[in-house]
Design a protein around this ligand. Structure first.
Ligand code: ME8
Length: 524
């Protein structure tokens, strides 16, 4: 049986159109999903939207429509955006889907029956945009510690989840499973900031919020945001319904990928809910860093204010989804914060995609065309030290890429892939095929060189496919390969069929005039 790989994004709030920040997580997960498919795994990639709560009601009211109408338009836009960015999700869950609402009600009732949920009264400082209650001591300068906005004091009858009982079990979880929460630095944050000071019980219902799932046995209350949202990872697989085939097959998740600001919910609240339900825990939670824009976190509210164009809906038609996907994976060191700027994007486009990858492919293809009429030369094994060195280099990087992906480090993985392209370009400069072509009896050597280059391009392109599915699939097709096949004997240097003509390839990434593009983007 194939190994399975279950990966999830956060379910995003459709309180506004999704941003490059939301796209980042979705792209990263897509890279991991695609790579694991290439490894031959049975992948289930889940994404979706978190549709209940005050923020959505407020946004709908502002737009002058009801919640459903409002949500449907944002969700249509979201799905278009994922199509534009070549996101290969297997399922899109909406928390307003009936099966989810029913399953969440069941989960809530079960936790209540088991004694993990009880009725009490909530007093606290409430931040409406973040939908979070804070204690006095958590406030920073009297404002919300997450977003810095005004909070107001509120008191109401509410149900609580006994999170306070789980501290020791969570500490044991982190201790016994050092891979559970990644990057590892996030563990200290959880332990020192939340668990050691003592966990408070979590408010899990509201009477004042109408746009939510009613508590089955007390419909005056709606189920409050996180306990509605987090279970999406299991309800999407049929947990709580009559058909649990997918749940039995894919759970536990191999990784929940999230932004660092919601690690607390995924590494504390979610495992506690699962422990209370007696369900296996996810294998890993990865809290990546933020895309910063001019030093600030890029968020839905700030996107509208920026002058530089950072809307993927505009950038993709101009520069391709491949370029955006590559840029984000390469530029933001996975796990840390990183800056986004138009200039850095365009510079990478030229330096990496056009000059390095694109040029390697195009000059190799044109030499094969020029010297061998575009036909793949047979594989003539060589003992040439330059060839051996290149092969060894490529083999080592293939191993690195696989290891980086296994440890979820997509940035290091894509750097290793580009090392392959750089090395191949250096090899060309060194062995100078154009000079070999002029030598008397140089044909065998020329065949060796070009065949080796085509194989190296094949290997690098196969690896790069998960990052840039479009351009790479064109290259693989032009090499007479099936772009949809899994990795097959990746590191061998005699995979291509000799005697077959290479397909035509246009320019993969046309070189940009950076200044002109910056001006164009600024004028949009
Ligand atoms: O938090 N840099 O939804 P949300 C990197 N509904 N990633 C970013 C980012 C940035 N500047 N901005 C957003 C929610 N993200 C909840 C989640 S899950 C059960 C419920 C990404 O719409 C990142 O993944 O606010 C972050 O965690 C997520 O979008 C927040 O999306």
């Amino acid at each position: 049986m194939k190994d399975k790989f279950y990966i999830t994004t956060p379910i995003y709030y459709p309180s506004n159109k999704l941003t490059l920040g939301n796209s980042y997580t979705t792209i990263v997960c897509d890279v991991l999903a695609r790579f694991n498919r290439k490894l031959g795994k049975d992948v289930f990639y889940l994404t979706g939207t978190d549709e209940h709560g005050q923020k959505v009601s407020q946004a709908a009211a502002k737009a002058g429509v009801d919640e459903k109408t409002y949500l449907d338009s944002i969700i249509a836009d979201t799905k278009d955006l994922w199509a534009l960015l070549d996101i290969s999700y297997n399922k899109f869950i909406r928390t307003t889907d009936e099966y989810h609402e029913k399953a969440v009600q069941k989960i809530f009732t079960e936790l209540y029956k088991k004694g993990y949920i009880y009725k009490g009264a909530y007093k606290g400082w409430y931040c409406t945009p973040c939908e979070s209650f804070w204690t006095e001591s958590q406030l920073i300068d009297g404002k919300c510690p997450d977003c810095g906005r005004e909070v107001k004091f509120q008191e109401e009858e509410a149900y609580f989840f006994k999170l306070s009982e789980f501290g020791d079990r969570l500490l044991k979880l982190y201790n016994d499973n050092p891979e559970f929460l990644l990057p590892k630095s996030r563990v200290n944050e959880m332990v020192n900031n939340f668990i050691k000071p003592g966990l408070s019980d979590l408010c899990v219902s509201r009477t004042s919020v109408k746009w939510g799932v009613p508590v089955e046995f007390d419909p005056n209350h709606t189920i409050y945001v996180w306990i509605d949202a987090l279970p999406n990872y299991i309800t999407a697989l049929g947990y709580g319904s009559n058909d649990t085939t997918l749940f039995d097959k894919y759970w536990p998740a191999d990784v929940h990928v999230i932004g660092k600001e919601i690690v607390r919910f995924h590494a504390i609240v979610w495992p506690a809910i699962l422990m209370a339900l007696g369900i296996e825990l996810p294998k890993r939670v990865f809290g990546h860093g933020w895309i910063l824009f001019g030093g600030d976190k890029l968020s839905k509210s700030k996107t509208a204010l920026t002058k530089e164009c950072i809307d993927p809906r505009v950038l993709v038609p101009l520069y391709s989804a491949d370029a955006i996907r590559y840029m984000l994976c390469r530029e933001i060191p996975f796990g840390s914060d990183g800056n986004y700027s138009t200039e850095a994007f365009l510079t990478r486009f030229n330096a990496d995609l056009s000059n390095n990858f694109g040029n390697l492919v195009s000059r190799t293809f044109s030499m094969v065309k020029k010297y061998f009429d575009g036909v793949v030369p047979e594989c003539v094994d060589s003992e040439d030290p330059d060839d051996i060195a290149l092969k060894d280099f490529v083999k080592a990087e293939v191993k690195n890429v696989k290891e980086h992906i296994a440890s979820l480090d997509i940035t290091k993985a894509v750097i290793s892939i580009f090392n392959i392209f750089t090395e191949a370009n250096t090899y060309i400069q060194k062995v100078q095929p154009w000079a070999v072509a002029k030598l008397e009896g140089g044909e065998t050597r020329l065949k060796q060189i070009l065949r080796l280059l085509l194989e190296v391009i094949r290997i690098g392109t196969e690896l790069f496919q998960s990052f840039a599915p479009n351009a790479t699939s064109k290259v693989l097709t032009a090499l007479n390969l099936d772009p949809n096949s899994t990795f097959d004997d990746l590191e061998s240097f005699h995979q291509l069929e000799a005697g077959k003509k290479l397909g035509e390839l246009g320019i993969l990434f046309p070189r940009l005039d950076i200044k002109a593009e910056m001006e164009k983007l600024a004028s949009l």
